[in-house]
Design a protein around this ligand. Structure first.
Ligand code: F6R
Length: 241
């Protein structure tokens, strides 16, 4: 694993954007994307790089890791809304090349199978950007006794509901389920870049560095992949704020 420890969040964001910009430059690329607070700075940097002519999204196809369920794509807290606002509306990507699980799918199982089919049809993911939950989740593969390999509908854990309800007016308004890529979907990506910021994520990093694999800490499954770049700030790395 290639580990990059940055002095602060802004350096982390710039470093991540540089890696993504280089990966997409001049070629057709299939990008896996994450939402949440951590990649916000990276998306700002990518929009700036695009504005200054330093990156081009015309040949990019994207697949997001996850979407709440049920949620309308127009809901300001949906991941579709987030991606449009933070990246897709700011760069020259063809929106029909952007994929996010449909949060109002009438048949979620069918939606999940179709999502897998679309990823395979696009030739698989070249570079997957990941964030990590304080509980070690990747995508919305929550800690438990078992993990699912492929895209599936999942119940969010109590800690994720607590952490993410900050974005909703009330906890009740927050969906309690999500459609997420599975562990195998993520690990099948050719390259993975993980962004980790803040002391609250230190425990998850510690588990990753122990090198063992356990469903209690889904992040540890990244130890099975041979091309992972971890970009973290000092808070996450040292556990101090
Ligand atoms: C988001 C996702 C989640 C987040 C994780 C960290 O698409 O899949 O796994 O990456 O919950 O979220 P933040 O960055 O808000 O701490």
């Amino acid at each position: 694993m290639n580990i990059i420890v940055c002095d602060n969040y802004s350096e982390l964001s710039k470093t991540a954007a540089g890696i993504v910009a280089e990966a997409i430059s001049g070629k057709k690329t299939c990008l896996g994307l994450a939402t949440g607070s951590t990649p916000e700075g990276m998306y700002d940097c990518l929009a700036e790089l695009y504005e200054s002519g330093k990156c081009d999204f015309s040949g990019v196809v994207t697949f997001n890791l996850d979407e709440y369920y049920p949620i309308s794509p127009d809901h300001p807290q949906s991941y579709r809304y987030y991606m449009n606002r933070r990246l897709f509306n700011r760069v020259n990507i063809n929106k029909s090349n952007t994929h996010i699980p449909f949060g109002l799918a009438p048949d979620p199982e069918l939606e999940c199978a179709e999502y897998e089919r679309q990823i395979a049809g696009a030739g698989g993911i070249d570079l997957q950007v990941l964030g990590v939950g304080a509980n070690g989740h990747i995508g919305f593969n929550e800690p438990g006794d078992e993990l699912m390999p492929l895209t599936h509908l999942t119940e969010l854990s109590k800690s994720t509901i607590k952490a993410n309800s900050r974005f909703f007016e009330t906890v009740d308004e927050m969906p309690k389920k999500a459609i997420t890529m599975g562990i195998k979907t993520i690990l099948t990506s050719r390259r993975i870049v993980v962004l980790v910021s803040g002391a609250v994520k230190h425990e998850a990093l510690k588990k990753l560095f122990e090198g063992k694999i356990t469903a209690s800490w889904p992040i540890t499954f990244l130890n099975l992949h041979n091309d992972v770049t971890l970009i973290c700030d000092r808070g996450a790395y040292n556990g101090t704020s």
